[in-house]
Design a protein around this ligand. Sequence first.
Ligand SMILES: *Cc1c(COP(=O)(O)O)cnc(C)c1O
Length: 394
Amino acid sequence: MINMSDQHYSDSTQVIKTTTKPDPTTGAINPPIQLSSTFAQPGLDDFGPYDYSRSGNPTRDVVEESIAALEHGDRGFAFATGMAAISAAFLTLHQGDHVVVTNDVYGGTFRLVTELLPNYGIDYTFADCSDPVALEAAIQENTKVVYIETPSNPTLAVTDIAQAVKIAHAHDALVFADNTFMTPIFQKPLDLGVDLVLHSGTKFLAGHSDILAGLIVTKTPELGEAVYFVQNAMGATLGVSDCWLLLRGIKTLSVRVKAEARNAQAIAEWFQTQPLVKAVHYPGLATDPGHAIQAKQATSGGAVLSFDVGSEANVAELVNHLKIPVFSVSLGAVETILSYPPKMSHAELSAAERHARGISDGLLRLSVGVEDVADLKADFAQAFAQISHQQTVK
Ligand SMILES: *Cc1c(COP(=O)(O)O)cnc(C)c1O
């Protein structure tokens, strides 16, 4: 549970206060990596706060309290991966329940919802949750959860969180929100009425492309009890060494994401002036269709954007000539990561399905890191120039 006296701190202070807990016996300012699976009990009728690390561990407690405080929630939970957290959230449902899932959901969530949950009698409907009419139409008598992700991946489409909550709650359905792209520094879904927040801690929260982690934060004690039951029963908890690394990451979360988002905003604006770039998707741009809603519910456009260079051939040239970005899957790290959704995150979709979702053959996703923005722009400028030069030579 959160120490209520910490709640008035701003996020930049909160990330430090919640992760720095002086040890009462040694004074060590960082929580120890408590590598103990079992805990000695004082006596037959006198059990201590911990018994077995799957059920609870002091290092994991600090991570769980930290994320709960940052998301303004009641209780936090740490899992081995983002997908373990998302699976645990869905496992609070029962046979016969139905979920409405936003169209542009993360690929792993799509696979879980379409190929695993139906085996347990949990049915689904996909809908454009940013469209109130489409969302309302997708809700059924047995709909228990509306699952949203905003901005979406990789087209950065924005869903009005408060509006989705209003519609879902009118039908007695809960709202689960994947807040991985925004982090609690930029967006706090629970404050907008959401019931449960999810994170791939692998991304911005850990922030260094090193560990895998997943997190859940619940708003009410009842939902917290349900998630705790699943966490302990299914057992995909985050190992204590990774808990410690995640705490290390969270300490710098606020400064990292703000620097990364500043760079992303500058690059998105500069891309708009580049002839080779056909389109830029970034909710921080005043011209972006999601900008007004983003400005209402979040304090930044974030550190991820996508852009279209017109063709797969241009994508290949760009990847070939760029020197700074790492060409790989994933996002949310100190290094700039460039990915090609058609052959990476969205490779399982057919070309027609990709195009229907706005994932064109020239679309690249950029997760901007903390490098010097002038160096990043210069690197893209030289790569764009080589492509333009080849096109005039041809
Ligand atoms: C990466 C990601 C996940 C899955 O997290 P893992 O840690 O890879 O299991 C879920 N949602 C979003 C938005 C992601 O980017």
